[in-house]
Design a protein around this ligand. Sequence first.
Ligand code: IMP
Length: 454
Amino acid sequence: MTVTIVGSQLGDEGKGGVVDLWGDAADVVARYQGGDNAGHTVVEDGTEYKLSLVPSGAVRGKVGVLGNGCVVNPSTLFEEIDDLRERGLDPDVRVAKRAHVILPYHRVLDGIEEEAKSESDQEVGTTGRGIGPTYEDKAGRRGLRIADLLDPEVLREKLEYVVPQKQRLAEEVFGVETGEEFDIASLYEEYRRYGERLAENDMAVDAGEFLANRLDDGDEVMFEGAQGTLIDIDHGNYPYVTSSNPTAGGASTGTGLSPGIVGGGEVVGIVKGYLTRVGSGPLPTELGGVVGDTPGYDEQGEGDNEELATYIREEGGEYGTVTGRPRRVGWLDMPMLRHSARANGFTGLAVNHIDVLAGLDEVKVGHSYDLNGEEVFTMPATTERWHDCEPNFKTFEGWDDVDWAEVADEGYDAIPENARAYLEYISDELDADIYAVGLGPGREETVVVENPLE
Ligand code: IMP
């Protein structure tokens, strides 16, 4: 059977921890979209692992698969694998032959376009990993795929076609001088070597076939979504999105398994107990703001909400795993979560960071929005209308800071009553059971109500 783990908000919901928590019962952990823009933190026996491309399951000896829906930077891939090896692990990672390859010029173009957009305040705040430009080339049918690295002749042919175009784009459209990232000969040498390493280690696979065979053999497969529903290219808040489909449908197109297989398993929505956002775009329930990211926010403000935002940011360690940028912080947004539950079809929920909110007098939730005098319960389709939404808050009584490891040990009923009321509200609104509650960063600080793979 399969379990798909999906971020229900704007990314950074703590998916890696949940994958890691349930990963024991999985045999294979597959990613279906995104690339090294994802940041996954896994804590194992007090040791912290930060991964951006290798599926988190690799820390626990699971087979990791990067599906065809992923964009792969081979340099990051091998760096992470080598780092895990140096730390005594032996990761088994397979990469879809149909996955697209991030090349150095994609990163350069990512930066150039962000820079150009910033002149009119339109930058997305990307992670700068070349994600968008790589998916553009995929859709434009000029991308390089993992299989092309295994065939030097094809590799050279494709580079010869595409690189001069990219160079002209950088130089003639954006007026930027280019360097070795656009040098066909050195790209060819470097990427041919990556191909050799992939072949030597038998890493390149037909992902759909590989996964179908594993399922036929009775293996449990977990699909690890990166980013979140609200930065999905189709269902997110365009254009402040990533260029792939983190939503559950992506688990089918991004692996080569049928929608029936994905839908026949469980789809678990990961919810952070409040809200964070990296980069620009609206955030109706935002507390305070982050200079450079919150639209129209040019200097650090003051007041209770600013203090609260700073408090939550510090308590929750809300700084980007990949970029180290401070995250914007807000209260939970229910219209966003209802939209997410519909788009993904959650069969269960894992709610994280409940400990971070402990000690506050009250905890608020944006229950609905006021949009042009009308109360709405889900998100409007455009970023402009979403920006106009004013949240109607519902207030919950706060809960005390307690020994969370002890609570996790005792189980769900040991969670403070007010926190349980909060969790039950979320579960009722989204019509999905709570499968897990995160009370701290470690595996031992999580209450597991149900493990969907057991
Ligand atoms: P890109 O994926 O680097 O193109 O960035 C596009 C948008 O998605 C930006 O707003 C990023 O901050 C956001 N983003 C990308 N990956 C993540 C993630 O793993 N967590 C949170 N936000 C992300």
